[in-house]
Every structure is written in C-alpha cells, then in structure tokens.
Design a protein around this ligand. Sequence first.
Ligand code: ZN
Length: 309
Amino acid sequence: MRRRVSERYTILIARTGKEPRALSFRPVVVLLVALTFVGWAGVTGYFYARAAALRNTEARLAQLSEQARELSLQLSREQSRNDALAGEAATMLKQLDQLESQIDRLRERAGLPKLKVTPTRGEKTGGDGQGGGVPLNTEDMLKLTAERLKALTGNLSSKIEPALEQTLAREAARPVGYPLRVKTYIASGFGTRHNPFGRGYEFHDGVDLPAWYGTPIYATAPGKVIETGWSNIYGYHVKIDHGFGYRTLYGHMSKILVKRGQTVKHGQVIGKVGSTGRSTGPHVHYSVFVWGKAVNPVSFLEAPAYAKR
Ligand SMILES: [Zn+2]
C-alpha cells in the first residue's frame, strides 16, 4: 500500500525577473473547489431557466389580457349599439301609438269605426291574447314598427282620406249660424204654434228672427239658389240647396238680391229683411231642411263643436 500523505496539486505562477511562485493545494481542497463550482453553476442554471419560464408566462399573460380587453371593448360597442337601436325602436313604437290615436280621431271625424290596435305579428300569436305587451328584442321591435307603420299609412290613404274629404265637404255644406249679423232673437220657434192670424194651431217649419226693415240677410252655407220669388206664406223668399241633403229658406224679404241658379258663398248677402207674405212685422223666417224634411233650425244656429275650436 502506498501512503498518500504528500500527494498535492501545485500551481506555478511564472514572474518576469523573479522566482516563480508555487501555490500548493491538497487534493481535498481541489475537490471542494470543483464541487463548489459545479453547485453554483447548477443553481444559477436552475434560476436562469425559472426566470425565462416566468418571463414567457408573463408575456403570454399580457397578450391574453390585451385580447380580453379588446373583446370587452368590442362587446360594449356592440351593446351600446344594440341599446341605441332598442331605444330608437321603443321611441318609434311610442310615436306610432300617438299616430294611431290621431288617426282614430280622424276616423271618428270621418265616421269610421276605431282601429283595432293589435300588433300585427302574424296570425299565430293571436291565440289567447298573449304576445301583446311582451317586450320584444330590438329586431322584432323594428319589424313590428315597420309593419304597423305600413298598415297605418295604407289605412290613411285608402280609407280615411276619402271618408274624411266626404266628411269635410258635408260639414262645409251644413248650414251654420244666424242668417242675420245683428242682434236678434227667436220670436217664434219651430213646431206647432197658435195661429197668429186666427184660431187654432199650425205647424211652423222654421224660426222667426226679428230685425229692422232692410237688414241684410246672409246665406248660412255655400250652395246654389234653387228658388226665388213670391209665395203667399213666405212673401219674397229665397231657397238654397247646399248639397248633402241640406237646404235653407229665407222668407218675408223686402228685397231679393240673388237669382235662381246662382251659386252663393257662405255669408253672402242674398236679400233684405221685410214683412212680405204672411207676416205681422219685419223679420226673417228661416227654415232648414234635411233631405226634404224641415228640422228645428236651433241646432244649426250655434256653431258645432268641431267648428268652434
Ligand atoms: Zn216663420
């Protein structure tokens, strides 16, 4: 067996002009130094690898969060666009409701029945009344709005307008107000009355409105003069046809200022107050006929509600 006492590792460091320096180590020291180096390198390598992985993860995380941010931005843009559309649709539906009630008023004026305000969502939903007030999504709301608008517009032009024109023409033809522009009163009303010239009763087919001799008499609606001249009852009188079954008669005139066949406007002077015919003093006898039948002129003396505003 060999003794391993003096086995050593020596490092010689050469120096210019001087003796070399010798550094001598025991093997165990060399081994320790070597082990220390290997350990340090391993630890460093480990941490280096860990740090690299961490950096990788961080980068990936940053990328992901950027993507998420983008997505949420996109989503909120979409959401606000959707909200805006829904708001718009709701506003349109509200306006439609107002439009419908306006149209209903027009229909009432035109003498048509009221609209049946039910959403036109096809025949299927009409079953048990459901689906009427259920909030719809934006797309459905817009579709519904467009359908209702189309229906209303069609209704307006095809039904209401012609009926309304007819109504307006009829209303314009309706006699309105007094045939006098001076203060007067109903001296003798419509209906059965005592005979002012003798005994018994008679039917008075109009109202008697006293005024000074010569006071102008006005047509109470536009129309065409169909009768002028003398009669034993009404004296000098004028009869006007206004259309739509309306006719008016003005009696006991002192002077007739229109000719038969002449067209007159509402408010046009047609004659002057007198006491001709069967009369006891200056006044105008005013009759209103509807489809040939004398009616009480009282309801025609006051302007109807639609004409008052
Ligand atoms: Zn009379």
